[in-house]
Each structure stands twice: as structure tokens, then as C-alpha cells.
Unconditional design. Structure first.
Length: 349
């Protein structure tokens, strides 16, 4: 059963006046999780002037202020006023197309959006400004495309451009990519990858035998996550099974193959192990990736994997992280990311 906004508000007011949520939900046959999701939008905050404001009203005011600020910026950028002839206003707004939303541009000089769109589309072919902007965005699209190994499509490239301050749409980026002949990863890439890796069996060489007769005989590795100030940080470690000591570690905000590959390269360069080294880990995508497996093969390192859903198969690395969290990470309140990194980088790690 759907409830109107007024009905939701009435139920929330009963809750705010002291009636229990359990009683209200029992009476109306509404799930508690659903009811609690209604409560927040109707919570009120008293401003310094004594005005009651709901989150919905606050968001609406914020959007209105942002739009008014954008309109002011448009008015500062153009060389005409609202009372100017339509042709003059369209010419003044045209260079700002793409920098501000069409709603903002048209509201600033009181121009019909339909009229503005017709003007832009009619003049697009012969518009030197449009051609210049398209060429500039095209260079940035190509740059992002190449930076990401020619994998990203229009969706991701558009998102990155917006993050970098460009006002573009997916349709605009798609047309540029088509014009430049830029094609994202093949839709069959996943199947191709699975076919390539199907012949690579994931062997469990250790089989829970965590003993090594000498250094650089067996290395074990794992990745854990630690949350600090609302952000996740991933710690990758590599331990020598002979000494049970960390020989390399890395910290990153992304649990990627690059994270563990960087730790491995550090350990390999420092230790220069002989051929026959065994590298053991769980079956995480970082360790099972083709690029990481190729890295180990190039270093003549034999890879070993834990069995699926068997954490005890990598007990040494699991135990290390449990000890690190118990003795260090969960005992301190880090004031900054730098302090957290310094604690992890300490020699006692």
C-alpha cells in the first residue's frame, strides 16, 4: 500500500510526540525499516532565527542558492542585460554553453530553452567556438582513454571529465569517441580472460604446512582493510614463512592488483630470492589476476592458493593481521592519515 507524503508526515509526528515506533508499525502494518526511513526527512532543525527547517526544505534551499549563484556568474560573464534583443542574448549565452546548465543560462537572461536549443543546433556546424570546444574535449577524452589502457568507455570517461570540472554529457562524449574511432574494451573480454585463465589451475601447495627450512623459500601474503575517518585503507603484506616477519608492505585506498604487485616487487628487489620460491595467498582477484600471475612467472616464482572459503589455509597471514589490529590499529585513535601510515610503517610491523 502506498502512503502519501501527508500520511507519512502524520505518522512521523505521532512518533515525534512520544508514541513508540513499534506501536505505530504494528497498527499500520508498516515495516520498521520503512518507517525509520520516513523519519529522517521530517526531522526539523531550529535555525538561529528560530525557523524550523526539514532536511528536504534545506536541500531545496541549498539547490536554489547554488542556482542563484550560477545565474550571478552567468550575468557577470555576458555583455548584455535581460532587456537586450533576443539575438544579442543568444549570442552572449552561446560561448557559455557546456559550462553551465541550459536551465541556468536561460533563466539568467530570460530566454526560452527551446529557442536556445534551436539556436545552438542551427549554428553548431558553422560555429567555430563549438568546433574548438569539441576539439579541446576530444583531446581530453583521448588522454583519459590512453591513461586507462584503452579500457574505459563513454560512461567512465564522462564521469572523470565531470570530476575534473568539465560540463559534458555521456551523449557528447560518445559522439566524440565515435568520431575519433575510440572503442572501449571488447564486450567479450571477460569470456576471453576466463578462457585464457581456465588452463591455470590454482594449486594449494602448502596444504596448511606452514614450515620453511630457510629464508626466501615460502612467502605468504594477504590484504586487510582498515577504516579511518570514513575512508577505507587497504594494507597488503608479504611475510617470509621462515622468520614469520613482514618483508614488504603497501597501503592504498584501492585494493587493486597494483597494490600487491608493488609489495611483491619491493620484496623481490630486496631479497633477490633463488628460483623455486613459493608465493601463497588466498584466491582474491588481486592475486588471481592474469597480470600478477604473469609477474610471478617472469620471476620464476611458483604460486600457491588457499582453497575457497578456507581461511585456515592462509593462517599465518590471517593471524598476523589479527595481531596487528588487536595490538595496534584498534588500540589507538589516529588523528590523521599520516599518523596511521606511520604506525603501520613502524619497524615493529
Amino acid at each position: 500500500m502506498r502512503h502519501t507524503t501527508d500520511e507519512k508526515h502524520q505518522l512521523v509526528m505521532r512518533y515525534q510526540n512520544g508514541e513508540s515506533a513499534a506501536h505505530i508499525c504494528s497498527e499500520t502494518d508498516i515495516a520498521r525499516s520503512t518507517f525509520y526511513s520516513w523519519v529522517k526527512p521530517f526531522q526539523t532543525t531550529v535555525t538561529e532565527t528560530g525557523v524550523l527547517v526539514t532536511p528536504q526544505a534545506f536541500d531545496a534551499l541549498r539547490r536554489k542558492v547554488e542556482k542563484q549563484a550560477a545565474i550571478i556568474q552567468v550575468l557577470k560573464s555576458v555583455n548584455c542585460t535581460v532587456s537586450a534583443p533576443l539575438k544579442e542574448k543568444l549570442a552572449a549565452l552561446e560561448p557559455l554553453y557546456g559550462q553551465y546548465s541550459v536551465h541556468t543560462l536561460c533563466d539568467a537572461l530570460e530566454v526560452s530553452r527551446g529557442t536556445f536549443y534551436n539556436h545552438i543546433l542551427r549554428n553548431k556546424r558553422d560555429n567555430t567556438w563549438y568546433a574548438k570546444r569539441r576539439a579541446e574535449i576530444g583531446e581530453k577524452v583521448r588522454e583519459i582513454y590512453e591513461e586507462n589502457n584503452q579500457i574505459f568507455g563513454a560512461d567512465k570517461i564522462c564521469a572523470i571529465l565531470i570530476q575534473r570540472g568539465e560540463r559534458v554529457s555521456k551523449r557528447f562524449v560518445t559522439s566524440i569517441m565515435q568520431e575519433m574511432g575510440l572503442v572501449s574494451m571488447s564486450p567479450t573480454a571477460k569470456k576471453d580472460y576466463q578462457r585464457l585463465t581456465a588452463s591455470m589451475p590454482k594449486k594449494n601447495i602448502l596444504n596448511q604446512n606452514f614450515t620453511a627450512e630457510q629464508p626466501n623459500q615460502i612467502w605468504v601474503s594477504d590484504i586487510t582493510c582498515y577504516k579511518l575517518k570514513g575512508k577505507h585503507y587497504y594494507i597488503a603484506v608479504i611475510l617470509d614463512l621462515f622468520s614469520r616477519k613482514v618483508i614488504a608492505h603497501r597501503i592504498s585506498t584501492v585494493a587493486s592488483t597494483k597494490l600487491i604487485a608493488a609489495a611483491f616487487r619491493e620484496a623481490y628487489a630486496e631479497r633477490t630470492p633463488d628460483d623455486g620460491l613459493i608465493f601463497h595467498s588466498d584466491r582474491g582477484t588481486q592475486y588471481a589476476s592474469q597480470s600478477f600471475q604473469q609477474l610471478l612467472l617472469s620471476c620464476r616464482v611458483e604460486q600457491s592458493f588457499s582453497r575457497t572459503c578456507r581461511p585456515h589455509d592462509n593462517a599465518v597471514a590471517e593471524s598476523f593481521f589479527a595481531s596487528l589490529k588487536r595490538k595496534e590499529l584498534y588500540r589507538r585513535n589516529y588523528r590523521s592519515v599520516a599518523e596511521f601510515r606511520q604506525a603501520v610503517d613502524a619497524p615493529t610491523l
